[in-house]
Design a binder for this molecule. Structure first.
Ligand SMILES: [Zn+2]
Length: 344
């Protein structure tokens, strides 16, 4: 089969690799129907050291179950399923508590020897716990929105949950990538009254407004903080969704949170210490977040997609076949595209 391998910064190739097969009785084999390129794939695209063996890429997919191991009981052959970016058994104490990204059997698709999802097929460990049957056909027109349940919509929702978005809240979303845009959808869905998108790309801002953003702040640093204060009666916002992962974005998030507010971090941190310790302390601001337990959010978000109340699939503004993946990375990295949909 064909799969995407990254061999170093800027070096993405689609190559022939061995077909996946059932290795454990809890495995399933999934033929990939849709996959995509994630903003987090751009970090290695920019800084990965050269590698002889390469890194298998992609962690978001919808597929059709082709085969299941003997111990798989709920997932069935022929089902159309969404695959969260993290593998989870569905039975351990963390899975039961709604944090499958802390599962005792957690693994991240595309890492630790697992194939990536920018491929024709995948082996899925702990299929019963990991996969979620969508109850739709693979020709369903809502496929792009359903695919976002694999990562970006669940991740934007997680930022909103951790930031304690509630009815009537003032909210700021730091970052106008696909996760930030889904964060706007999530904030609106949870009843936010004011949603400030912090970003500067016209196409992304337009989409953020379509998703429910009420204000736009395109400044950065101290000017951005000042602007948010002006827009919020001088005190800042109740909830900040930090969807970037840099120290600067986190510091801005802490600054624009009002006293007693919360920051939900979902951008993978590219810093060691959380900036603004003095500010978070004296303002009683809670800073939380981490890898989104997207598997646990599917049940809540899926009906909104199926019934047309939210349309996160609009973040996809380019659609390619598997052989177009290297150019898809280039386009996303150059900000020519918000998010690239892959149909193997
Ligand atoms: Zn578990």
């Amino acid at each position: 089969m064909r799969a995407t391998i990254m061999y170093g910064a800027g070096d993405v190739r689609v190559e022939n690799v061995p077909d996946p097969s059932i290795l454990e009785p809890t495995d399933a084999i999934m033929r990939v129907v849709r996959a995509c390129i994630c903003g987090s794939d751009l970090w290695p695209y920019n800084d990965m050291a050269k590698s002889e063996t390469g890194q298998s890429m992609g962690h978001e997919a919808i597929g059709v179950v082709e085969a299941v191991g003997n111990a798989v009981s709920t997932v069935k052959r022929g089902q159309v399923v969404v695959m969260p970016f993290a593998i989870s058994d569905g039975t351990c104490e963390f899975c039961k508590e709604g944090l499958p990204t802390a599962c005792v059997h957690v693994a991240f698709v595309g890492n630790g020897g697992m194939n990536g999802a920018q491929a024709e097929a995948l082996r899925i460990p702990f299929a019963d716990g990991t996969l979620y049957a969508l109850g739709v056909s693979e020709a369903d027109a809502r496929m792009p929105s359903l695919l976002t349940l694999s990562d970006v919509m669940g991740t934007g929702h997680h930022a909103a949950v951790v930031a304690r978005v509630a009815r009537g809240h003032r909210v700021a979303v730091v970052g106008d990538g696909a996760v930030g845009l889904c964060g706007v959808i999530a904030a609106k869905r949870l009843g936010a009254e004011q949603i400030i998108i912090m970003g500067r790309h016209p196409d992304r801002i337009a989409l953020a407004r379509a998703f429910g953003a009420t204000d736009v702040v395109s400044e950065r640093g101290a000017e951005a903080v000042e602007r948010v204060r002006e827009l919020t009666g001088g005190h800042g916002v109740h909830s900040v969704l930090e969807c970037v992962g840099t120290g600067d974005a986190t510091f801005t998030s802490v600054e624009i949170a009002r006293p007693g507010g919360a920051v939900g971090r979902v951008g993978v941190p590219h810093y060691e210490a959380i900036p603004g310790a003095q500010k978070t302390f004296f303002k009683n601001v809670t800073v939380g977040g981490g890898p989104a337990p997207v598997r646990a959010y599917i049940k809540e978000l899926l009906p909104d997609i199926l019934e047309g109340r939210i349309e996160p699939g609009r973040v996809f503004d380019r659609s390619i076949a598997l052989d177009g993946v290297p150019d898809g990375y280039r386009a996303m990295n150059k900000r020519e595209s918000i998010k690239v949909l892959v149909t193997p």
